[in-house]
Design a protein around this ligand. Sequence first.
Ligand SMILES: Cc1cc2nc3c(=O)[nH]c(=O)nc-3n(C[C@H](O)[C@H](O)[C@H](O)COP(=O)(O)OP(=O)(O)OC[C@H]3O[C@@H](n4cnc5c(N)ncnc54)[C@H](O)[C@@H]3O)c2cc1C
Length: 497
Amino acid sequence: MHQRRRIGIIGGGIAGLAAAVRLRIAGFDVLVFEAAPTAGGKLGAMQLGPFRFDTGPSLFTRPDLIDELFELAGENPRDHFSYQRLDPVCHYFYADGKCFHAPAEPAALAATMEKELGEPAANILAMQNRGSYLYRITAPVFLESSLHTLLTYIRPSGLRGIANLPFIGTMRSMNKENIGRFATAHARQFYNRFATYNGSDPYRAPATLNVIPHLESAMGAWYPEGGMRCIPMAVYELALRLGVRFRFNAKVERILLDAGKKKVRGLLLEGGEEVPTDIVLSNADVFPTYKKMLPDLKAPARVEQVDSSSSALIFYWGIRKSFSQLGVHNIFFSSDYEQEFRDIWNEQQAPEDPTIYINITSKCDPADAPEGMENWFVMVNVPANRGQDWDAIRRQLRETVIRRMSRELGTDIAAWIAEEEFLDPVRIEARTGSYRGALYGSSSNRMLAAFFRQANFSSKVKGLYFAGGSVHPGGGIPLCLLGARITASLIQKKYQP
Ligand SMILES: Cc1cc2nc3c(=O)[nH]c(=O)nc-3n(C[C@H](O)[C@H](O)[C@H](O)COP(=O)(O)OP(=O)(O)OC[C@H]3O[C@@H](n4cnc5c(N)ncnc54)[C@H](O)[C@@H]3O)c2cc1C
């Protein structure tokens, strides 16, 4: 019977695409409505003169989750999508002049950090072991299952997860744990930074997030052939081959409910067209899903009270010069990390002395910039949009970044900028519907944050589901892909005979 069920997916972001593939393979009739002219959501790209840029994510982990989609469809992923492991993963530069290139392998990372920073290798290896333990305990419950179904908790992995709650760092901050683990401030700053991978603050987020370095170091950081944009494009083309239907420039205005508001019955598109569906899966941010598309329904408290993740200000610079001291991923740390996060989270302002991240894809894909030049994606973490003066912030940050980079690289960087664009929280919200321009939905700044994220389904409205960065298990490409898997499997369980 499920074969005739019609699913309307709102949004063709990475989670919407992955869910579409899974549900189509399961036999559903899948229609994706995307407000933008193309698929991919935050995984966008742009050309500025001779320079190509990925506009959103730059770091790719867990490529196996993309491969899984092709394998599920009976295709060889390598026929459609390839990637290479990055080694070193990232070049780190500290405010006091220390620097190191982080090797991909944990043992090599430990040896390098001991040599360059004076941090005993044993401490780094112990942290890697801790990350691996955290992953074993938390992944089956917090990343791979719905947190809102009983089944999760009565399975052995669920029981193990719950029994281990006191031991996975839920009640102390990442920074607090890292103070105890590392001898040097440099190693602490390196490990604290991983909180920003889901838009959180290491001085508040639970130490459970120390699982993130494990994802990068033990499971690898990768670069997709052709750039990050190829990730959603490969999944989009797979979806097309499977028979998923797409409507672009098709903004959903309302999710239509039956008279009792207990069950979905379709979608209303901008322009007035009504599309009947049995199931609706919203890949749009959950806040506007409730506030704009379901205005007559009371939003759950966890949606109303969302603690948005941080956002970012990004400069895209075509640089008429190349710098041998830089790699694909580069971090220039601030001198006072705690103050930087106080500025972002307490003051809700851009940091005065920010950590600067620079991604240069032309380092591994020379086609992205002319010979002897580089495409710089320069990113600074900022708070989500709450009406700050973003034009003034942008002008200030541009000056700060140019001053720091000119000092670090011994040349006036402003003089080498040939092409320029920017992205800020307001533009992120306008282009992808992400509430307040947050990069990762809600932050993980409170203890047991996972339990405060929106579930993958509505407990009030039959046939209403969610997948994407603003719902369980959270933001970032791997988590969005895991979320799509959870949601697709909930739908299959419910609607397959
Ligand atoms: C600048 C930046 C840097 C990032 N860096 C990284 C990184 O390095 N690594 C990483 O893993 N993650 C990173 N992220 C986070 C990552 O991009 C997101 O978590 C992920 O892409 C979100 O995917 P999603 O499926 O939730 O959908 P989104 O990408 O948010 O897409 C949602 C889609 O829904 C559509 N939509 C919204 N409302 C409607 C409507 N009413 N009708 C129809 N369509 C609608 C939108 O147009 C959009 O296409 C970054 C994000 C940004 C912005």
